[in-house]
Design a binder for this molecule. Structure first.
Ligand code: WT7
Length: 650
């Protein structure tokens, strides 16, 4: 491959077929479905195993168990393997703090630190299978602790540092974590976020927590609970010895990550060690076509799955150099990212449509101040990317020389599922389409009865067989696991997304088909937002929906009826918004609140969400014939009209 790996420029791509058939991709894809076990065994052999598996796959619907009987260790794969070769002096992590401080960790430094942190965990009494929570800013200690947990077989859950005490407590209580690791604070847009104070609030609601380990980041004074709180530095100062990597079963849980669903309570997605790692090791190479010299920057927060798979496990399992930036993209100025790309010679940039839309709005002059010629490939993830945003990214960030990989996946899928794979074979790109499924991914678009649709029909995106990155289960809730993913269409995995497959077989993922919103790429359930709103003392009833937002993709809109004795006011509106921020976190900030006399409901009492969504988006309700079984069209229209009248008023 040449330096600027040749995928055909999108501008030369009016239609479809001139590069077909794709030879390498087609062969590999076909083999992955014809002989899945041989195919995945071949991939798995690229990792080092302490013990080879007995069986590649045990598939007992709805549970898939990969590489059964095999033993491995994730920190060995991501660190030791490289620290014992010439890569020991290769950069593993280029880290930059928001205030401008920097740290560079080689693989041998990472090796030492992971060992050191693993010894700290052991001293805290943490061992294989124990749960701990990480509530940290984007500092090197976060991936180091993740790897240290993997080293001893402990199971961690990362809690996004933008979450509020109630959201932290819900997650900690669900996992029953004994230890929380946090920091005095973190930097965000020049201000500090007081993480220790937020942790203290949360811990009041968490009886399982015995110890709070605190990392010094901002140096600000923090409240202290004697006997419970410990500075990391004091633990690191104690004598320690290297910690041998614990060989764990391939099916041993690596982490639990909470994500929103259609109920008020987030789901604890459990990922495995072996299948998950094999899947991310393979897909990182296929999608990003990385070279030894690549400098890979995934801008996601480690609090989301992208930060697990695409910051830590995919790249580090390959011995790649990664970039981690702590703070906001527009701080102190809108060229912070472009400055980082130039400074570290980033070759692969993996980010979200929301971020690209923000930069697009602020104009190209910020980009022009920097030399971005190191870039070779661009990626997008988290929500559909509008074709014009794709084009802007391709033209202005990629100088029309870098392929754009639009990667579709989910917290539950563990790794990238549908995406161009220039590491297998360059393909013609279509802006707005995630293109083709990766090897082993048996994706299809079906109608409401589960029948596969002909090309160019919109339906539900499903995956017809398990792949190694598939979640193990929902923590403590196997019924919900079966219900959420395997019951809508029996025997196949339901993604919750609407999609269309065109005549070339390219997938166009259009958005969620369920009650889940994507706000700035973050997943939020309407039920979760509603349960936060309803806990406000003035609120009688609430329905959360969304309207399109030029930067964030979707913005949250609330329709609220008040309890007797309360009247609509601007102050109350602000108070409700504040309440939601305090309960879930700033990610869930509602952008609009409508106070209404009543919510439109069907005769059986279900809220007519489509009507609300149409009102919130300023659209007409249009085709509502399939609205809901018990809703008459006339009824919905009446509700729509009466709500339209309230819109805008307090
Ligand atoms: C949902 C999953 C994947 C890691 C980050 C988000 C939407 C994701 C794309 C894309 C269109 C996308 C889907 C999916 N989504 N990537 N390339 N094109 N939609 O993980 O929070 O679990 O959200 O994000 O709706 O179901 P997540």
């Amino acid at each position: 491959m040449t330096a600027k790996r040749g995928m055909d420029s999108a501008s030369r791509l009016p239609t479809n077929t001139y590069l077909w058939p794709l030879k390498r991709y087609t062969e590999m894809y076909r083999r992955s479905l014809d002989e899945p076990e041989a195919f995945w065994a071949e991939q798995a052999r690229k990792l080092d195993w302490f013990k080879t598996w007995d069986r590649v796959l045990e598939w007992r619907l709805p549970y898939a168990r990969w590489f059964v009987g095999g033993k491995l260790n994730v920190s060995f794969q991501c660190v030791d393997r490289h620290a014992t070769t010439w890569r020991k002096s290769k950069v593993a992590i280029y880290w930059e703090g928001e205030p401008g401080d920097t740290r560079v960790l080689s693989y041998s430094t990472l090796f030492r630190e992971v060992n050191h942190f693993a010894s700290v965990l052991k001293r805290l009494g943490i061992g294989k299978g124990d749960k701990i929570a990480l509530y940290l800013p984007m500092i090197p200690e976060l991936p180091i602790f993740m790897l240290a947990c993997g080293r001893i077989g402990a199971v961690y859950t990362v809690i996004f540092s933008g979450f509020s005490p109630q959201a932290i407590a819900d997650r900690v209580n669900d996992t029953q974590a004994k230890v929380i690791i946090t920091a005095d604070g973190g930097y965000r847009r020049g201000k500090t976020v007081k993480l220790k104070e937020l942790t203290d609030e949360a811990v009041k609601l968490c009886p399982s927590v015995e110890k709070v380990v605190v990392i010094k980041r901002t140096g600000e004074a923090v409240p202290w609970t004697k006997g419970r709180d410990i500075w990391l530095s004091s633990l690191l100062d104690e004598p320690h010895e290297p910690v041998a990597p614990e060989p764990v079963e391939a099916t041993h849980p690596l982490y639990i990550l909470y994500t929103s669903g259609t109920t008020g309570k987030p789901k604890g997605i459990i990922h495995s060690t072996g299948g998950y790692l094999v899947y991310n090791h393979s897909t990182y190479q296929w999608v990003f076509n990385a070279r030894e010299e690549s400098v890979f920057w995934c801008t996601a927060d480690v609090g989301w799955v992208t930060g697990h798979s695409s910051i830590v496990y995919g790249p580090l399992s390959h011995g790649a150099a990664i970039v981690i930036y702590e703070g906001a993209a527009d701080y102190p100025t809108l060229d912070r990212w472009w400055n980082i790309i130039e400074k570290y010679g980033v070759t692969i940039l993996y980010t979200s449509p929301t971020a690209i839309r923000m930069f697009m709005r602020s104009g190209e002059e910020w980009l022009k101040k920097h030399d971005l010629s190191s870039l070779e490939l661009l990626g997008s993830v988290g929500e559909p990317i509008n074709p014009e945003v794709w084009q802007w990214y391709y033209k202005n960030v990629g100088r029309e020389m870098c392929p754009v990989v639009d990667t579709w996946w989910q917290t539950e899928t563990g790794g990238i599922m549908i995406s161009p794979a220039p590491g297998i074979e360059p393909i013609p790109l279509k802006p707005g389409s995630a293109t083709l499924p990766l090897p082993g991914v048996d994706a299809a678009v079906v109608d409401a009865s589960g029948k596969e649709l002909p090309p160019c029909h919109t339906g539900y995106l499903v995956i017809k067989r398990p792949w190694p990155g598939l979640l193990l289960d929902i923590y403590g809730n196997p019924e919900r696991y079966r219900e959420a993913y395997w019951s809508r269409f029996p025997g196949v995995y339901y993604t919750g997304d609407f999609a269309m497959r065109d005549e070339d077989g390219y997938f166009w993922v259009l958005g969620r088909a369920d009650e889940v919103l994507k706000v700035a790429g973050h997943r939020l359930g309407t039920a979760e937002i509603e349960s936060a709103v309803i806990s406000h003392p003035a609120v009688a009833e609430v329905a959360a929906t969304s309207r399109p937002d030029a930067v964030k993709g979707q913005a949250i809109v609330l329709f609220i009826t008040l309890k007797e004795g309360n009247s609509p006011s601007d102050a109350l509106r602000k108070d409700i918004i504040k309440h939601v921020r305090q309960t879930i976190g700033p990610v869930a900030t509602p952008s609009k609140v409508y106070f209404v006399q009543s919510l439109p409901k069907t005769r059986s009492g279900k809220i007519m969400r489509r009507v609300l969504k149409a009102v919130a988006s300023g659209e007409s309700i249009g085709d509502i014939t399939s609205l809901d079984d018990e809703t008459s069209v006339a009824e919905a229209k009446r509700a729509y009209q009466s709500l339209k009248k309230t819109q805008g008023g307090v």
